[in-house]
Design a protein around this ligand. Structure first.
Ligand SMILES: NC(=O)c1ccc[n+]([C@@H]2O[C@H](COP(=O)([O-])OP(=O)(O)OC[C@H]3O[C@@H](n4cnc5c(N)ncnc54)[C@H](OP(=O)(O)O)[C@@H]3O)[C@@H](O)[C@H]2O)c1
Length: 375
């Protein structure tokens, strides 16, 4: 079958998605019978849409990726040089759908693409996300309702890459649920940033130094408060909770922020200079944990009922979660069948290549599912 990909967001992850498509397209054509063409690429300024069913020229896609990486060439300039017009991404869906089945890959940042994702589903297209924000909108939001209606098993929306990047967290959970297992609790360290910081703290670093070192090594967002606020982990926890069937919203999750109250509104530079204000409080908790054979971790706890929370916990170092080192992620799923020994998934939970692979595994699974009309 021929499947047309619309890539929304051409940053770290989106760029790797289209590069992997170009690199592996032949393999998929021969081994899976799937011909994945890139019908459109979109950024905030608009979409470059192919005029032909064969999709955008690979060279143009490569130029667009490296232009975004270099931060130099604007989309409008690229379009002008190619003699193309930048179109609204919504228009890309309608145009590409004329050539057959379409999948939208949402690797944008922020909730603004929720409307586009919902419109794609309404058009009969499939949607795959690494972008958590559209899936974390309140359930009362019509776009959120439309997305979650298709996020069930057998639906046209997949979101493996939102929790643990390429790690098979959502698909494992779905398999457990589909085979009638009953989850008891999911516990996970779902942030590479917190993993790196707390590994350093356990090794004796001050919290502030650990935050600054994590930023220098590229483990944090440009503003580390975006990680330390806990919002990103809370969104992942919400997505896992909704996957369990809970009708929860972000406001139902207890979130412990590690951003000191008086540093919430200062500049990034001032925050980095003064983040050590939290050294004493966090250092004391780390020492108490160490004396008890435990280590501090930033943990998400999700269950089918009861409290949903993300925050700092002291975890025994004799457990897989407590022994975790560095920026790796770990998710431990305890169910009726995996009770004494939970089902554990661990590995890198971020990075362009693994996240793009998580997206493309979803795309290929949808293509093989029979849920999309054959072109
Ligand atoms: N990086 C990772 O390891 C990782 C892992 C798992 C999940 N994720 C998630 O995957 C998403 C992408 O991450 P990233 O690291 O690739 O981010 P990034 O490098 O900042 O790229 C974000 C891209 O989204 C585009 N974008 C933002 N708003 C848009 C809109 N309204 N419409 C169309 N495009 C829009 C930007 O367009 P412009 O080019 O016009 O600015 C940019 O190309 C994020 O939601 C992130 O949380 C990332």
């Amino acid at each position: 079958m021929r499947l047309t990909l619309i890539q929304v967001g051409l940053g770290t992850v989106g760029g790797a998605v289209v590069e992997q498509v170009i690199a592996h397209r032949e393999q998929w054509r021969h081994s899976l019978g799937i011909d994945l063409v890139i019908g459109a690429i979109a950024g905030q300024a608009g979409a470059l849409v192919s005029e032909s069913e064969a999709g955008l020229d690979d060279e143009l896609v490569r130029v667009a990726v490296s232009a975004r990486r270099d931060g130099g060439q604007a989309w409008s300039e690229l379009a002008r040089r190619q003699g193309m017009a930048l179109r609204p991404p919504l228009e890309a869906i309608a145009r590409c759908a004329m050539a057959g089945p379409v999948v939208v890959s949402d690797a944008a940042s922020g909730e603004h693409t929720a409307l586009l994702d919902a419109a794609a589903l309404a058009h009969g297209a499939a949607v795959v996300l690494s972008n958590k924000a559209p899936l974390a909108l309140p359930l009362a939001d019509p776009n959120s309702a439309a997305l979650w209606a298709e996020a069930r098993s057998g639906g046209r929306l997949r979101y493996e890459a939102t929790c643990g990047a390429g790690l098979p967290v959502i698909s494992t959970l779905r398999s457990l649920l589909d085979t009638g297992d009953r989850p008891i609790q999911i516990q996970g360290a779902l942030s590479g940033t917190f993993g790196a910081i707390f590994s350093s703290v356990a090794a004796g670093s001050h919290f502030g130094d650990a935050v600054r070192a994590a930023k220098e090594r590229g483990y944090t967002e440009p503003d580390p408060r975006d990680d330390l606020s806990g919002l990103d982990v809370a969104r992942k926890a919400l997505i896992l909770a909704r996957t369990l069937g809970r009708g929860a919203d972000l406001s139902d999750i207890g979130v412990e922020s590690l951003v000191p109250e008086h540093l919430v509104n200062v500049s990034v530079e001032e925050f980095l200079a003064r983040v050590g204000d939290a050294d004493a409080a966090i250092g004391e908790r780390a020492d108490v944990a160490k004396r008890a054979g435990q280590a501090l971790k930033y943990v998400a706890t999700i269950a089918p009922e009861g409290t949903l929370e993300v925050g700092m916990r002291a975890i025994g170092t004799d457990t897989v979660l407590g022994a975790l080192q560095g920026p790796e992620n770990i998710v431990s799923i305890r169910t009726e069948r995996y009770d004494t020994y939970p089902c554990v998934i661990s590995g890198p939970g971020a990075g362009a290549a693994v996240t793009a692979a998580g997206i493309l595994a979803d795309v290929l699974a949808l293509a093989r599912s029979g849920l999309l009309a054959h072109g």
